[in-house]
Each structure stands twice: as structure tokens, then as C-alpha cells.
Design a protein around this ligand. Structure first.
Ligand SMILES: NC(=O)c1ccc[n+]([C@@H]2O[C@H](COP(=O)([O-])OP(=O)(O)OC[C@H]3O[C@@H](n4cnc5c(N)ncnc54)[C@H](OP(=O)(O)O)[C@@H]3O)[C@@H](O)[C@H]2O)c1
Length: 187
């Protein structure tokens, strides 16, 4: 199951995995995802009941959580809703994944660091500079509390078009394959 399947990263993951004949469920909110062979569902992750119903009925082996409020300026103006989407809803999704025994990948951001230097490790203290980055860090913490075996991926900026299948088979796909191979078994 891929959340944020109408977004840049999520759409590319769905394209790639459907091409590999994997059984993919694509979740989006406002937009409709239409990819041959892919089961597409619409769900507002702020609707906890609907989210839980969908996860339980789909019973995914993996949840790759790409959905997020990603517009940095919007997040500055809508702090509460930003935190509800990026943090609270992520925690709920992880809890629901745990209840069905699914493995969970939370797509975070390198923005949890200030950007003053690179080469960070997992043990470095996060230094988020804006609301978006703080909410994504809070999402990491919520997910980690709900499902400690989750993979949290602090990826860096991507650009491209959702409809052009531009980044499949590039770095993002490469590291997610790595995650798949390296992930600890879920509880
Ligand atoms: N793009 C980057 O440069 C970058 C860099 C570092 C990390 N990341 C992280 O990578 C992930 C993917 O980013 P992206 O650029 O692919 O995002 P994006 O293109 O902005 O897409 C965001 C996705 O989240 C969904 N979404 C937003 N609010 C939702 C809600 N309330 N309920 C359900 N779905 C909701 C959207 O669905 P609808 O369109 O249907 O509303 C859309 O599919 C995010 O977690 C982001 O924080 C991105």
C-alpha cells in the first residue's frame, strides 16, 4: 500500500512496482490515481475511521507512507493542520499498520536538519528550521512510538512531473529496494 500515490514520489513508486507485477494499492486524497492493474482508493488520512477501514480491508504486507503536506509556505500558515497530517495521521497509520502486521516505511525529509552541513548520521540531533520540517520530525516520532520496527527514510529533495514517470529506477527506487531487502521483520 502506497499513500500519497498521486504525489511525485508515490506515483513513481506505484508505476515502478506495478510494472514489476507487484500487488499495489494506491491511496490518494483529492486526486484520482489511474494506473492499469493498480487498485486505487481515495482516503483523507485525517479521517481516522475511514483510514483504519481501508487498511484493515486491504490488509497490506507493507505500507509505504509518502502522503504529506509538503508545501512549506502552506505549512507556515496552517500549523495545526500541517501537524495533524504529517504527524498525528502518520502515527495513526503506523498504529493501524501494526494492527494488521504490516511493515511500515515513513518517508521523511533531510529538512529535519538545518542544512548547514551534510553527512549526517541517524544519531545527529535534528535541527528543523520551519513548520514543515518540525511536523515531519514529529511524524517520525509518532511513527516510531506506534511501530518501532518502522523504517524512517530522511530523503532529500526531488523534482519532476507526476505524470511523466521520470524518477522510477533512480535513487529513490534504489533505496526503497534496499529498504525492502534490509528491513527487520515486523513484530
Ligand atoms: N519532493 C521533495 O522534494 C521531498 C523532499 C524530501 C522529502 N519528501 C517527502 O517525500 C514524501 C513525498 O513527497 P512528494 O513530493 O511526492 O509529495 P507531493 O507530490 O506533494 O504529494 C503529496 C501527496 O500527499 C497526499 N496527501 C496530502 N494530504 C493528504 C491527506 N490529508 N490525506 C491523504 N493524502 C494526502 C496527496 O494526495 P492528493 O494530491 O490526492 O491530495 C499527494 O498524493 C513526503 O512525505 C515528503 O515530506 C519530499
Amino acid at each position: 500500500m502506497v499513500t500519497g500515490a498521486s504525489g511525485l514520489l508515490g506515483a513513481n513508486l506505484v508505476f515502478e512496482w506495478s510494472r514489476q507485477d507487484l500487488d499495489v494499492v494506491a491511496m490518494a486524497n483529492i486526486h484520482t490515481v489511474s494506473i492499469p492493474g493498480v487498485k486505487a482508493l481515495r482516503c483523507d488520512l485525517l479521517d481516522a475511521k475511514h483510514t483504519q477501514e481501508i487498511v484493515r480491508s486491504m490488509n497490506p504486507g507493507w505500507t509505504i507512507h509518502c502522503a504529506a503536506a509538503t508545501n512549506v509556505e502552506w505549512c507556515e500558515r496552517n500549523v495545526d493542520e500541517c501537524f495533524r497530517i504529517n504527524a498525528a495521521a502518520s502515527g495513526l497509520l503506523a498504529r493501524t499498520a501494526r494492527s494488521v502486521g504490516a511493515r511500515f516505511v515513513y518517508i521523511s525529509t533531510d529538512s529535519v536538519f538545518s542544512g548547514e552541513r551534510g553527512g549526517h548520521t541517524e544519531s545527529d540531533t535534528a535541527t528543523p528550521l520551519n513548520v514543515y520540517a518540525r511536523s515531519k520530525l514529529a511524524g517520525e516520532q509518532a511513527v516510531g512510538q506506534e511501530l518501532p520496527t518502522s523504517l524512517i527514510v530522511r530523503t532529500q529533495g526531488k523534482s519532476g512531473r507526476v505524470d511523466a514517470r521520470p524518477i522510477a529506477a533512480t535513487l529513490d527506487i534504489f533505496w526503497l529496494r534496499g529498504c525492502y531487502l534490509c528491513s527487520p521483520t515486523s513484530e
